[in-house]
Design a protein around this ligand. Structure first.
Ligand code: FAD
Length: 491
């Protein structure tokens, strides 16, 4: 059956038509032009492509397949790339086959989970996309307070399944984001100041290494690999399952937004900076500078209090009394609803470009710089400012691969557009960011822009880079997994 299905694609390919069904006769698969790891041209023998397809329980989609056009796209529409092959993996055994094929052919390799890479690293031109999208599912062991996640799953699945038992772990703020990419690169979210990064809560992982070997990583088994997976991104292999530590979290949180006219932005940001120094870990806050569709600039602060509501009312009262807000939606709401209420603002398929940096401190002059960059930019974008600290900062820099622990805030600028003026949006955001960049120390690699040089990415790992390079040499000496915040193998 598999072979017949694949051959149907081959016929469609040679006829230049989309695949419409199974073929009744066998036709040789044509040789496929592709790109090597170093970007050189390759020709993949049709027979070896056919053998790969036959070895998979999932499907292999090539250009011309009816689902190829949709499957090759990722969340960020800026990256309009065309892999030579998309291996739709249904489990670790498929991943092993795809990795072996990629390594044996020295084929450019992208790994896609939720496809939300800002910098477009989960797709490529001419390589193989190891697509984990079919691998979804989250199993919760409430007694042990553990969740086991197949790595094609989205964050909302993780939140829904864990909250069914009154449990949770740190997850990002947009439910449609892939859990795997977010977790492996760090994982910031509304519960992060309380429970740490998503990766801090990973206690076990199944990983297909570059050698095509499935290994388990935990504190007692391949603990060096577990260290690397906690913030080292996709450098060490394809992770097929993640085991998370869970925490009791009431399914109803006290959450919402307070919104003020932009004229009050300086007071709001100043309050956020001061309060960020002392606020309880149970509180997650994020300020946003935004433009309404009518062209009006606003400042808002989203709050999520995940403990006792009466205590939360007291903690949040000064923020809500600050200046003259014209909206305040803070109220009890389901945590799961909160975790997807931002999804509509960042829909898949638009073009996105972002810049971010951690701030070791933020004084009055810095606040003014951020506000000026927002208001004076020729094109419109969003600025987010979040207090960091809490449990994020209580982990030593060398304790996990994730390097950015001791800073006070994260600032993030996101531009999105659907018009053909991409160059202008990019230039404007870069220009505005140049005003803020001097305030920053390091950046969040999961939100890094595609222009970030390999040297700067390496530097961002700080004191962990030597250990990461040694680990890379052990698990991926040929740097098969290089489409990520890449760590070069130690030579
Ligand atoms: C709308 C939006 C909201 C976001 N909000 C947050 C947020 O609140 N908090 C936060 O911390 N981050 C946030 N991010 C950033 C997010 O962490 C990264 O974009 C992350 O890479 C997304 O993961 P993914 O699985 O969807 O991405 P993909 O594009 O599928 O993967 C990104 C990269 O991760 C690696 N990777 C993914 N899965 C695997 C795997 N199973 N094994 C090995 N490597 C793998 C690969 O290198 C891949 O290139 C957000 C991003 C978007 C687009």
């Amino acid at each position: 059956m598999k072979r017949r299905q694949f051959v149907g694609m081959a016929i469609a390919l040679s006829a230049g038509l989309p695949f419409r069904g199974f073929a009744s006769t066998l036709t040789a698969v044509p040789d496929l032009p592709a790109k090597s790891l170093d970007g050189a041209d390759l020709l993949l023998r049709g027979s070896s492509v056919e053998a790969l397809a036959a070895s998979l329980a999932g499907q292999l989609w090539l250009p011309g397949h009816a689902n190829y056009e949709q499957a090759r796209r990722i969340w960020n529409g800026m990256f309009d790339k065309r892999p030579a092959l998309i291996a739709r993996c249904t489990g670790a055994s498929d991943v092993v086959q795809a990795v072996n094929f990629a390594r044996e052919h020295r084929l450019l390799t992208a790994v896609r989970a939720g496809g939300h890479s800002f910098s477009g690293k989960s797709t490529c031109n001419g390589g193989i996309m190891i697509d984990l999208e079919p691998m979804t599912g989250v199993r919760v062991d409430p007694g042990a307070r553990r969740a086991f996640l197949e790595t094609g799953s989205r964050l909302l699945q993780l939140d829904r399944e864990t909250q069914a038992f009154g449990l949770a772990t740190t997850a990002g703020t947009v439910g449609d984001t892939g859990a795997a990419g977010l977790t492996l690169g760090g994982g910031l979210g509304r519960l992060g100041r309380r429970f740490g990064l998503s990766c801090d809560n990973v206690v076990g992982a199944d990983v297909v290494t570059a050698a095509g070997t499935l290994v388990h990583a935990s504190e007692s088994e391949n603990s060096d690999l577990l260290w690397g997976l906690r913030g080292g991104g996709g450098n060490f292999g394809v992770v097929t399952n993640l085991e998370y530590r869970l925490h009791p979290v009431d399914p109803t949180v006290l959450a919402g937004d307070v919104v003020w006219p932009i004229e009050q932005a300086r007071d709001v940001l100043r309050y956020l900076v001061e309060f960020g120094e002392t606020m309880p870990d149970e509180l997650g806050l994020e300020a946003a500078l935004v433009w309404t569709p009518e062209g009006k600039p606003l400042v808002s602060v989203e709050a999520c209090w995940s403990a006792d509501h009466a205590a939360g009312e007291k903690v949040l009262a000064p923020l809500r009394r600050l200046g003259k807000p014209f909206a305040d939606t803070i109220a009890p709401m389901p945590y799961v609803a909160l975790q997807s209420h931002d999804d509509a603002g960042l829909p898949a398929g638009r073009n996105y470009y972002a810049k971010n940096g951690f701030l070791p401190t933020l004084d009055e002059a810095g606040i003014d710089q951020i506000l000026a960059a927002f208001r004076e930019a020729p094109t419109r974008f969003i600025v987010f400012l979040s207090p960091y600290g809490g449990a994020y900062g209580r982990v030593a820099v060398e304790a996990t691969a994730f390097p950015n622990r001791k800073e006070k805030h994260l600032v993030l600028m996101i531009s999105q557009w659907t018009d053909a003026e991409g160059d202008r949006h990019l230039a404007d955001l870069r220009g505005s960011w140049n005003r803020i960049d001097p305030l920053t120390r390091g950046f969040y690699a999961n939100l890094a822009d595609p222009d970030t040089s390999s040297i700067v990415i390496r530097q961002n790992y700080g004191p962990n880079i030597a250990r990461l390079s040694a680990l890379k040499a052990k698990y991926d000496p040929m740097n098969l997994f290089r489409l990520n915040a890449n760590v070069p193998p130690k030579t």
